[in-house]
Design a protein. Structure first.
Length: 223
């Protein structure tokens, strides 16, 4: 028997996860390098904040985001009044929520990778005249790239499976904000077990593939 299946949630999930991974990558790598290589007041607090989404319920993160970027939030009101942008009930809002949830995965991996880089190599680059940005781009980042890339893949897998924060911020609009995890929930509630099963298999296969590839990257990098 043929199961009618709408693949729109899959493409939307890949788009949301891709943008979320890019956002968490840019923020996570910079923060990881800052914490790994600098000593400043509030360093431990910053580390705790970056790790907090890993243990906090996604619905709580979704609530914080609504308070921040909602129509009555200070950032959301500013975006609406200045640029006419509203992130609530949009796929961009879903990507932001997924980025916040997946940030700790890339942050922790990147920090561990940067801490594994020999500081003497960075100091040698400085003595050769490289600026701090040059040291970061030409020494620290390439040497830590294996761990960072594996963390990015884990963040992508986490963003694909995000449900709670995404649902609160972006809602459940078929074709607009309905990701795979929300589509599974919808199909299950509607009693459409066959569609739910197919969607579960798809997202499980994608996430398993990502985990296997990231595991191989770790082996290649650290063996």
């Amino acid at each position: 028997m043929t199961i009618p299946l709408n693949l729109t949630p899959l493409w939307l999930t890949l788009k949301v996860a891709g943008v979320a991974t890019l956002l968490s990558f840019l923020v996570g790598v910079v923060l990881a390098f800052l914490v790994a290589r600098s000593r400043f007041w509030g360093r431990e607090g910053l580390d705790s904040i970056c790790t907090l989404p890993l243990v906090m319920p996604p619905t709580v993160l979704g609530y914080y985001l609504i308070v921040l970027i909602g129509r009555h939030g200070w950032l959301g009101r500013w975006l609406q009044e200045t640029w006419g942008i509203s992130l609530i009930f949009t796929w961009q809002g879903a990507a932001l929520a997924a980025a916040v949830v997946s940030l700790p995965l890339i942050y922790k991996s990147a920090r561990a990778a940067f801490e594994g880089v020999d500081p003497n190599l960075e100091n040698a680059a400085r003595t050769l005249g490289l600026s701090e940005l040059g040291v970061f781009l030409r020494v620290s980042l390439p040497l830590a790239w294996g761990g960072i890339w594996a963390g990015a893949m884990m963040a992508f897998a986490r963003a694909m499976g995000e449900f709670g924060a995404t649902l609160m911020v972006a809602g459940n609009l078929p074709g607009k904000t309905q990701t795979l995890s929300i589509a599974v929930y919808d199909a299950f509630l509607a009693g459409n077990d066959q569609t739910a099963t197919v969607l579960v298999v798809i997202i499980s296969a994608v996430c398993l593939t990502i985990l296997l590839v990231s595991g191989k990257i770790f082996k290649i990098r650290y063996l």
